[in-house]
Design a binder for this molecule. Structure first.
Ligand code: DAH
Length: 418
């Protein structure tokens, strides 16, 4: 009797209508790639930590947080889409998996840390392809100082020193103004202070990017690495920016950052400070630095993957083989639902497929959508690309997986297969 529960990292949690965490996701929680010596994600963490040598380094904070930590403490509005069960993993209505490392800002500032890095696994419901995985790693960094003339002049001196260092580099950085009407200083901030802090943030990050990408990744005088700053919006910073790196013909977003919202610092009981924070995605950066072509590889336990890497060293990944793809389509009528009820979401489909096939699925694409003109029913066709990173799959075993996908679609979502 009693309410149904789910065991996660050794603790039982009651489940409810929010519960959407799957066994596949639960199995990732203990792995913590950022703490496995020799793993590229761990090496990248230590490399960045040594660049921020005077900062505190945190890397063992539980991924299980409250929606208050993940959203409210950072001033996310009540109706922000990130809160929905289609975007985030919930254990129940009051307990979720962090979607970003910013979830820990208030508690870390509250502990009195003034310059710190925090590395952790984060979880998001998403599509399936070569650069998206429902678990990935972020590093949060922050620096706050007293909001006084003397502390700000120290920041300004720091800025002069960093500027001189960056002059001699082989990366090309496109900048945006620190403050604009659409990306303003906060009302409670002195403009000069806000600008000094924003510049300090940009200089710290540009010097990190120069260190990471300026050397071995092939940046030269003739073919420099291109980095661009763009204006952004986050609920918990103003001004806010994103940084993108030009890689293999496209701009890749690698981090978000900004001047910390005063309300965050008030909640952390450090109201007389001002400072910056950033959150960067480690997989994206590691894929560039190590030439790792598929995000699933980070989760491989194949010695042909893991044995290529040495702790503390960036090296170029040598693909051991590309095994054949096996495509399977499934086409079905979406269940008819009561007014206002959400339809089966693409992320629901992707989680179902991941739960059946794990890392044997490379990508999932919608190849057809159709609404019946008379009955108004919606039909959708997905193409699942099954491919192992380690071996050839037989058609028989893929058929077994596909049959399981179809059977769960019928049982869980009541769809009618076409
Ligand atoms: N948490 C944001 C994300 O995951 C990134 C971010 C933006 C972190 C701004 C920050 C920040 O610390 O100040 O997209």
């Amino acid at each position: 009797t009693g309410v149904p529960t789910i065991n996660i990292l050794g603790r039982d949690y009651p489940t409810d209508s929010y519960t959407n965490i799957t066994p596949t996701i639960i199995s990732k929680l203990p792995l913590q790639l950022h703490r496995q010596p020799g793993h590229p994600i761990c090496t990248l963490r230590t490399l960045i930590e040594s660049h921020f040598a005077s900062f505190s380094h945190l890397s063992s904070v539980s991924p299980i947080v409250s929606p208050y930590q993940n959203f409210d403490s950072l001033s996310f509005p009540a109706d922000h889409p990130g809160r929905s069960v289609t975007d985030s993993y919930y254990i129940n209505k009051d307990v979720m998996l962090r979607t970003h490392t910013s979830a820990h800002e208030v508690e870390v500032f509250e502990r009195g840390e003034i310059q710190w890095l925090l590395t952790a696994d984060v979880y998001r419901r998403d599509e399936i392809d070569g650069s998206h995985y429902p678990v990935f790693h972020q590093m949060e960094g922050a620096r706050i100082v007293d909001a006084t003339e003397s502390s700000i002049s120290e920041i300004q001196e720091d800025n002069e020193r960093l500027l001189r260092h960056l002059e001699r580099s082989n990366i090309v950085i496109e900048d945006v103004p620190h403050l604009t009407p659409a990306n303003p200083a906060q009302p409670s901030h002195n403009r000069i202070h806000s600008e000094a802090v924003a510049l300090n943030l940009k200089l710290y990050l540009n010097s990190l990017l120069l260190e990471l990408f300026g050397g071995s990744a092939g940046a030269t005088k003739e073919d420099p690495l291109r980095v661009r700053w763009i204006e952004a919006y986050f609920p918990f910073t103003s001004p806010s920016y994103e940084v993108e790196v030009f890689f293999r013909g496209k701009w890749l977003e690698i981090l978000g950052c900004g001047v910390v919202l005063q309300s965050t610092l008030d909640r952390a009981k450090v109201p007389n400070k001002i400072g910056w924070a950033f959150g960067l995605g480690l997989e994206r950066i590691a894929m560039i630095l190590y030439s790792i072509p598929d995000i699933r590889l980070f989760w491989s336990s194949d010695p042909r993957f893991l044995s290529q890497f040495k702790a503390g060293e960036i090296s170029t990944f040598k693909p051991y083989s590309k095994y054949p793809s096996c495509f399977k389509d499934v086409s079905f009528w979406l269940p008819e639902q009561a007014e206002g009820d959400a339809k089966m979401h693409e992320n629901d489909f992707c989680d179902l497929v991941r739960d059946v096939a794990g890392d044997l699925v490379e990508d999932v694409k919608v190849i057809d959508k159709f609404t019946h003109p008379k009955t108004n029913r919606d039909s959708i066709c997905y193409r699942i690309n099954y491919r192992s990173m380690d071996r050839s799959l037989s058609n028989e075993e893929v058929n077994v997986l596909q049959a399981e996908v179809v059977s769960r679609l019928k049982d869980r979502f009541g769809v009618e297969i076409r």
